[in-house]
Unconditional design. Sequence first.
Length: 441
Amino acid sequence: MEHPNSPTDGATLTSITPMAIPGHIDPMPVPRPGIVDGVTPREDGKVDVLGLPKARIAALLADAGLDAKAAKLRAKQVYHWLYHRGVTEFEAMTDIAKTMRPWLAERFVIGRPEIVEAQHSSDGTRKWLLRTTDGHDFEMVFIPDADRGTLCVSSQVGCTLNCRFCHTGTMRLVRNLTVGEIVGQVMLARDALGEWPKGAGDIRPATIVFENDDDDDDEGSYTSDGRLLTNIVMMGMGEPLYNFENVRDALKLVMDGDGLALSKRRITLSTSGVIPQMERCGQEIGVNLAVSLHAVTKDVRDEIVPVNKKYGIEDLLQACADYPGASNARRITFEYVMLKDKNDSDDDARELVRLLKKYKLPAKVNLIPFNPWPGAPYECSTPDRIRAFSNLVFDGGISAPVRTPRGRDIDAACGQLKTSAEKKSRAEIDRLLAEKEAALG
Ligand code: SAH
Ligand code: SF4
């Protein structure tokens, strides 16, 4: 029996309708694939269950002919194999009856984003160029450290927000990634790192001793199995709070104890400051928050983070103070990209301290050396200036480490997440920025 959500007509794959992304800063028409109830149609008519919650898988199985009880049981089994064991073939699901497995395989698939290119940096950083089934490219980065391994996950293809120092913001094409495409990045990373348990009781022995280096690490049980992928940051392409529902549902799958089981304390969502969605982020997802502040005056922030024209600094800091779950034990990270002669003066550093104190924020500041790209309108501050800035913030009682750039030889650092296929000339970038700024009013 054909499920109603599995169109046999391949034409839906290419149908394109404009999509409104929340917020006014959406000057570009946005193509949207014919996604029905979160399921991206496939040419073979099968339904990809990656990204679907357990209850939805059960409903699909019931639609395909199973009685409610059997559907619920099978959904539970499929879910376990899918997210806990990383299996992509129904044939491998050994606790499901042998005759049932081909029945499932005829109707469903367990997908992964397509890998277009995989790069390995000399410092161990890895970058993957991935492609959606409707042909959009996006990227994912894995950054191994001595005590953790962080996967940097994308939430959108491109970004509507056009921060002037960010390469992703110059991409013309934008579309939200689906739940499956977001959680699929974590699944792919686990595949690539070989980190799925092989069988019952095959939990790896602890091979790495993790130190509690900061407050994010107070739930260390996940790492005791010696896995490399320990942390997730929503800091790849896109603004995660402009794709709130899909990011939320994907992170719920990542955090589910029956599946990938990553602690919410090891997940950080970074936003440029989409205030209306911040409270929901704390309430409905409950992960750590990072805020891309980057400037302390209206003029400068308006220029480099244009969404500031809509959601200003003081309102943003108030929203941070109200963020559910923020405390001295779970501080909010403020990201601050160091731009030469733009936002890096002693006065800027003192004003940063004053603002964070005014709102009594449990804060830490991450100073990010600007990562230049061809035609970028800024330069990185000098190492001395960054150090002086860091010291001033530190003297104000707030920790302000300088982030070491990683994976530069493969363009894997922040803001470099842009495919070469999308690269544009300087003139084209200027025109795009002007066009998008005009749309801001
Ligand atoms: N859209 C979200 C998350 C993705 S950007 C946000 O803006 O927070 C992730 C981080 O990379 C942000 O702090 C962003 O400001 C920073 N970034 C972007 N381009 C950069 C560049 N060229 N050099 C250094 N950091 C950059
Ligand atoms: Fe978008 Fe973040 Fe880049 Fe700004 S810094 S353009 S919000 S991805």
